[in-house]
Design a protein around this ligand. Structure first.
Ligand SMILES: Cc1ncc(COP(=O)(O)O)c(C=O)c1O
Length: 372
């Protein structure tokens, strides 16, 4: 049944492209759509009307892969108030957008960043995804899972050496990802044309998703986070690795709101330029003024570094609030938010919205390295 429907959709797409030389994104008036769900992936089939250059009306089918959400626990608007006695005196309200609940394996900003990358791969008629990451990468784990469920083959170009006991690599393999380990030196070439061409010679044609899902399509997914929220808030706090999530949030920030970015790595001042670049790549128009600031004091020694006071904070926060944090990104951000609140950084009655970007599989990597 599944194969039959897929075949039907594919042939419709081909007819459209063969018979009419019309730009694909001319659109879009959706006149009918059908949602059809497999075990976890939902494929949306839109039947759209477009006019070609001669004003002739055409109909075509637009096939979009939507990565699933965990519907039992989550609606895309899930925002929770952090109820914590440690905040009571502060006069600050802290809300948290629980994107970690989107999906068990494609959680948080991974879901956001993969959504339009997968759709684009389908539209370009790709069958293989290739991406980059470290040996404990959340992005690698999520991409392997999403690719498998959406019917793609996947290749992970991994910085470092293979270790059969590494839980993230094990998970990626179990979900069909072919892993290709490269030296740190080669990994640094991940954006070079020659290196990519070499990968194409080795693996054949693929749709490339950059490390961390850091491209304009990733930004588009992240730009959908804030418009989902019904509550009022003054300040948005989010973590930063590549800056893609911050770029998406910047695009949908209102002029009376402020965005604070908490980099998980040391020496992250380069991120301002990256955020600009990624916003440009998304093709989305940012507001005329973006009130944002990088808070670079809470990296705890650098990427994936753990310190006793950080661990103690994360454990205490989870015990008091019931909200899990990850050890690499959101734990550091929440530590920073509490510290800033304590130091009077926010005016009284500020409403803070923290974005929970997921990443809970990171604990497995921490345990594997005996860091927790
Ligand atoms: C859980 C989590 N939060 C935040 C980030 C960083 O997001 P970005 O690369 O969009 O800055 C990552 C890595 O991509 C992550 O895995």
């Amino acid at each position: 049944m599944l194969a039959a429907v897929l075949a039907a959709i594919t042939s419709f797409q081909k007819i459209f492209f063969c018979k009419h030389d019309v730009p694909f994104f001319r659109v879009i008036e959706v006149i009918w759509f059908q949602a059809w769900s497999t075990e976890i992936i939902v494929h949306f089939v839109h039947v759209c009307k477009v006019n070609n250059n001669d004003g002739e009306e055409l109909q075509f089918i637009y096939f979009e892969v939507m990565i699933p959400t965990n519907e039992q626990q989550f609606s895309l608007a899930t925002v929770q108030e952090v109820s914590d006695f440690a905040l009571v005196e502060s006069g600050i309200r802290l809300l948290i957008k629980r994107d970690d609940l989107i999906h068990e394996h494609i959680s948080g900003n991974k879901w956001r960043k993969l959504k339009y990358n997968l759709s684009e791969a389908v539209q370009q008629n790709h069958h293989t995804l290739l991406t980059f990451g470290g040996t404990y990468s959340n992005h690698i784990a999520a991409t392997a899972f999403a690719a498998e469920k959406a019917g793609f083959s996947s290749i992970g170009v991994i910085r470092g050496e293979d270790d059969a006991s590494n839980p993230t690599m094990k998970f990626a393999r179990e979900h069909g990802m072919q892993l290709y380990f490269v030296s740190r030196e080669d990994y640094r070439k991940k954006n070079d044309d020659d290196f990519i061409n070499g990968l194409e010679e080795k693996f054949g044609r693929f749709f490339l998703i950059p490390e961390g899902g850091a491209n304009g399509l990733g930004v588009r997914g992240c730009a959908e986070i804030l418009p989902e929220i019904k509550e009022d808030f003054d300040v948005v706090c989010s973590v930063a690795g590549t800056g893609t999530t911050l770029a998406g949030l910047s695009i949908s920030l209102r002029e009376n709101q402020k965005l604070l970015g908490f980099p998980a790595l040391k020496g992250a001042d380069f991120l301002s330029g990256e955020i600009e670049r990624l916003m440009g790549e998304s093709g989305l128009r940012p507001p005329s003024t973006i009130n944002h600031q990088l808070i670079t004091d809470y990296h705890f020694g650098g990427y994936a570094k753990m310190k006793p006071d950080l661990l103690e904070f994360i454990q205490g926060f989870t015990e008091r609030t019931g909200i899990p944090l990850d050890p690499i990104y959101t734990g550091k951000m929440m530590f920073g938010i509490y510290d800033l609140i304590r130091n009077g950084f926010f005016p009284k009655r500020t409403v803070i919205l923290a974005i929970h970007s997921g990443g809970l599989q990171g604990w497995l990597g921490m345990k594997h390295r005996n860091l927790v």
